[in-house]
Write a new protein. Structure first.
Lengths: 454, 300
């Protein structure tokens, strides 16, 4: 069930209606867990046992770790093992190998579908094991609370990745009178607008980036489409995160902000504090710091950055393109690091604008590896950006439509919304009404959220 | 709870409602007749289909795939001709939509090169029921862009482009090297050839021809010319064999005896512009010289 379907609208309305009814108040957590299980299993109920194994297994290791800390690495390995099995097994195994196919049990296991959102809920599980076992005297949380933290439906499939230490304390009885309806509506309307108006419409155009369609493109259109894809992936993921945050607010939970105008970043390290913030925070807290962070000299710092970014790339998918994407970001972080303090000391608006442009250029170019997970196709696309295409019948792209569908991302990054915090404040509700209407009227063709595949 | 919630939501709903009302009034006033620009093949199909069902029924209609789609209507001298070929689509989609309309053209040309695609049931459904086909609201941004594009690129008639077409024909055939695309197309044809779909599609075409000819139309089949290596491929030959076996009457077929040396295919499969003009001219001659194409229905 996807956020943009009418089925989800009905589902969310029913759950919200029941959630605050007096008879259900003592069972709010259980109700959300049941709703989340329904949400996850809708259309693919065979995934539910896998989810249950992940959550119950993590709960078991949580209890064991609270008794004896040596169980913590076992619990982490259990979760990483789940992720490795479902996501990366075919990097090492040939599914057609006779010794695997001949064994019915192994064949069954290999044919299990990839659980949607596994990359996200495995990170939740690890956060749970680490955060909740720091204090040995802490009581063992209820299984229902653990379930809620891991499978809370607004964040289950694509985050934001919430730290257990930030979410678990929020589990308490909720009242309708505490719901920040306006904030929730703003997030939800903005999210739907960015997904339906921006991302889905741009997706129609960027479909020409797929192989072999891209070979018919004019060279300048290849450049344009890369920029459009940069806007599309932002609008798509920002849209999802915004809807998730708004929905969570309706149920009394605050999820972390996942994006903060990332294309305004003047450095690559700043970019990672503005893009997919919850993933960056997770990787920093649970990987970069345990590896030693920047505490062991320059070489170890650079090595740690490369390891974290390489694994971050692979987290998105088991492919050479994703690894390349992550490693290139690592290289960019390493290259800029020695100059960062010097650049930050130069207080110059033109220089900052230039730096923003440079960061945007490299970040955008690297999205090609996201759009084309086949490494050869990605290289082919890149090569074509620097050679003239002599195809006499290139597809026609409408630049005015490209501009109009990209405009919201540009305006957002120009901080146009801040006008509504000042003199235009009283017009704010009208503006959100326009966003809602345009999201419906001008919605592009249905397409799955890009981050669902991760 | 925030104290101004009802007022905030009231204003928000008001502005949304005003936009809907404005779009609804504009849609009722102007309809959906503006041709939305095509950004994808499917979008192009919607433009083509919208125009077909909104405008008077033509005398001649071409149905087919992206091969026939290249034959732009303005290339034809023949009046009242419509090209309903759908880029990326199945010939049956267009044919079913033609058959679903209350009135049908006198002559229906069916391209038979690409029969491996199933029809698009959603498109057929959308354009079959004329009443209620359009929503209450058009898309405001696309419609505005369409108005702008139509203004600066108004549809052209054959008379308006005749001189430029003539200039194009006076040029020598393109020397664009398409061998990479040809090889890739052949490779793709080797990878998958859904013979069962082709056979099923041929049966469907046969039934549709019967139904259309019972209503007074004359249906002719046509094989668009391919680049020689594509024409020699197993997939092309098999398709041709299946369809000729199903329709053995030579009178059912529109002959395509063009000078192949003059034709070029940008990607091995699709004609380049000059070649598309040549094929259109050739078809013009057939239509003008053989008015009996519109003769009484005949069965194979």
């Amino acid at each position: 069930m996807t956020f943009t379907s009418w089925q989800f609208g009905v589902f969310a309305a029913i759950v919200f209606g029941a959630y605050y009814l007096p008879p259900f108040r003592p069972f709010q957590v259980q109700l959300l867990v049941a709703a989340s299980l329904f949400f996850y299993g809708y259309g693919q109920p065979e995934l539910l046992p896998l989810l249950a194994i992940a959550v119950c297994g993590t709960y078991l290791f949580l209890i064991l770790t609270l008794r004896q800390h040596r169980w913590l690495p076992v619990g982490i390995i259990f979760n990483l093992g789940l992720l490795a099995f479902f996501k990366y097994k075919f990097l090492f195994l040939d599914p057609k190998a006779p010794m695997l196919v001949d064994s019915a049990a192994i064949d069954f296991l290999l044919k299990l579908p990839l659980p949607i959102g596994i990359s996200f809920f495995v990170f939740h599980n690890i956060s749970l094991l680490v955060d909740l076992t720091r204090d040995k005297t802490a009581p063992v949380p209820r299984l229902a609370d653990i379930f809620l933290y891991i499978i809370f439906f607004p964040q289950l499939v694509s985050g934001p990745i919430t730290r257990a230490g930030a979410f678990m304390p929020q589990i308490e009885p909720k009242r309708l009178s505490d719901v920040p309806f306006i904030d929730a509506a703003k997030w939800i309307l903005t999210g739907f607008f960015f997904k339906l108006y921006v991302a889905n419409n741009l997706n129609e155009m960027t479909s020409y980036m797929d192989f072999p369609l891209y070979e018919t493109l004019q060279t300048q259109d290849r450049w344009l489409l890369v920029i459009l894809y940069s806007y599309q992936i932002y609008a798509d993921f920002f849209g999802y995160s915004a809807i998730a945050i708004g929905l969570a607010l309706l149920f009394g939970y605050r999820l972390p902000i996942n994006f903060n105008l990332p294309y305004l970043s003047a450095s690559f390290s700043e970019f990672w504090t503005r893009w997919h913030i919850s993933l960056s925070n997770w990787l920093r807290t649970y990987l970069y710091f345990p590896l030693g962070g920047n505490r062991h000299g320059g070489f170890r710092t650079y090595l740690n950055l490369m390891i974290v970014m390489g694994l971050g790339g692979l987290w998105h998918g088991a492919g050479f393109s994703y690894l390349t994407w992550g490693l290139f970001h690592g290289i960019l972080l390493v290259i800029e690091r020695p100059f960062l303090n010097f650049l930050e000391a130069l207080d110059s608006a033109p220089l900052r604008a230039l730096r923003v442009a440079v960061v945007f250029f490299f970040v955008t170019m690297l999205w090609i590896f996201f759009k084309l997970p086949n490494f050869d196709h990605a290289l082919g696309y890149l090569a074509g950006m620097f050679t003239a295409n002599t195809n006499p019948n290139p597809p026609k792209l409408f630049y005015n439509l490209a501009l109009l569908y990209s405009l919201p991302v540009m305006l957002q990054h120009l901080r146009v919304a801040s006008l509504f915090e000042g003199g235009l404040r009283r017009w704010e509700p009208y503006a959100y009404g326009v966003l809602g209407a345009l999201a419906y009227l001008e919605a592009g063709p249905e397409s799955a959220f890009i981050y669902f595949q991760f | 709870m925030q104290s101004n919630v009802p007022a905030w939501f009231g204003k928000c709903s008001l502005s949304a409602a005003l936009i809907f009302i404005a779009c609804g009034i504009a849609t009722a006033r102007f309809g959906h007749s503006l041709q939305l620009p095509a950004t994808t093949a499917r979008d192009g199909a919607l433009v083509t289909l919208n125009r077909y069902v909104d405008n008077p029924i033509p005398d001649i209609v071409l149905t087919g795939s992206s091969l026939t789609f290249r034959l732009k209507e303005e290339y034809f001298e023949t009046p009242r001709l419509r090209n309903l070929a759908l880029a990326g689509g199945s010939v049956i989609t267009g044919l079913q939509i033609v058959a679903s309309q209350p009135q049908i053209p006198k002559i229906i040309i069916v391209e038979t090169n690409v029969l491996s695609r199933p029809p698009d049931a959603a498109l057929v459904e959308r354009f079959s029921a004329h009443e209620g086909r359009h929503g209450l609201f058009f898309r405001p941004i696309r419609t505005a862009v369409a108005a702008y594009e139509n203004r600066i690129h108004a549809p052209v008639s054959h008379a308006e482009v005749e001189a430029s077409l003539q200039r194009l024909l006076e040029q020598p055939p393109s020397d664009f090297d398409n061998h990479v695309y040809v090889e890739r197309a052949i490779q793709q044809m080797k990878e998958e050839y859904p013979i069962s779909i082709v056979q099923k599609n041929v049966e469907t075409i046969s039934k549709l021809i019967d139904a259309l000819e019972q209503r007074g139309a004359r249906v002719l089949l046509m094989e668009m010319p391919y680049a020689a290596p594509i024409e020699a491929s197993r997939a092309s030959r098999t398709t041709s064999e299946i369809v000729h076996r199903a329709f053995p009457d030579p009178g059912r077929w529109l002959p395509m005896n063009l000078d192949r040396a003059e034709l070029r295919w940008a990607d091995g499969v699709h004609l380049d512009e000059r070649s598309a003009v040549l094929v259109s001219r050739y078809l013009d001659e057939r239509f003008l010289s053989r008015p009996n194409y519109a003769r009484a229905p005949s069965k194979n």
